[in-house]
Design a protein around this ligand. Sequence first.
Ligand code: LRH
Ligand code: MN
Length: 383
Amino acid sequence: MTDIKAALRAQRIETPSWAYGNSGTRFKVFAQQGVSRDPYEKLADAAQVHACTGIAPTVALHIPWDKVADYADLARHARELGVGIGAINSNVFQDDDYKLGSVTNPDPAVRRKATDHLLECVDIMDATGSDTLKLWFSDGINYPGQDDLRARQDRLAESLAEVYDRLGEGQRFLLEYKLFEPAFYATDVPDWGTAYAHCVKLGPKAQVVVDTGHHAPGTNIEFIVAFLLREGRLGGFDFNSRFYADDDLMVGAADPFQLFRIMYEVIRGGGLTDEVAFMLDQCHNIEPKIPGQIRSVMNVQEATAKALLVDRDALAAAQAAGDVLGANAVLMDAYNTDVRPLLAELREEMGLAPDPMAAYAGSGYFEKIAAERVGGQQAGWGA
Ligand code: LRH
Ligand code: MN
């Protein structure tokens, strides 16, 4: 049990700055009381999640949503709060110039503009001490013939190569794929294979990020995880869950068994390390945001604890013996184990309250921000 506790104590989950701002769907973005109004307030909210869970010490930024005058000062503010700046997320999906694509756009001037934004994000990594750039491209087409699929891959590869060459010592980028939306016929980075192929061509600093909401229904995501880990190209996760499409709901909420299977392949593949970025990428459209993040961190922690409880020797023996039901039962025993008492005990050993949700509810933090954050513009996607 000691190793399991040690592994859980060393777990690191990164929360996204944009989860602390307002978000919604094309139908409505619902504002909430006390929502952060700038990156400084987002970091303060993220620090509450770390204070209550003990395992969420970094915050991913999204540019320009988190644009500030002085990024070094923002990083200093984070340190004072007891957190750090994590992945820097580029944004080439909200500018009118990118209607027909960003780095894949037929117009070289638009491609130049998009690539310059990606390079600016590396400058921000330098200023904040971040070692990870996360690249997601909404690029794609809506109708057959709209553009040349092969030419768009050439343009994408050209831009990625320029960004790759700009990366400094200890820096890397994570290429994110997504099956569809906002493009509805062909997306230029639609699946793990496309992302993987581009990364292998570029070099070891280019890895793949698995957003759990970006697959066709029924996709075996843990197979992708096992494969990318085997290839040394699993750079990280954008954790969330979905019932239908890219719903960006709380990780583990829609399918806790899938999250358990994913974390089992992470552990089996030696991926429960700082090499793999365990990031949340979610939108709390109707539920309170800070408790939503705390619950999400706990969901990943519970899935990890269950996966760490898998009796690997018994599983290997059953698998070797072709004992189908026996092998499945070993995994299900771990999954069906209630790990909440173990995690409550671990939190107390870490000097934390056993129940992070109750700790936050009793902290008075919400009442404080609801009273203080009056006026100004609540943060959002600025779409
Ligand atoms: C795209 C995505 C990407 C982010 C955005 C907030 O759907 O998953 O990771 O840039 O959400
Ligand atoms: Mn994502």
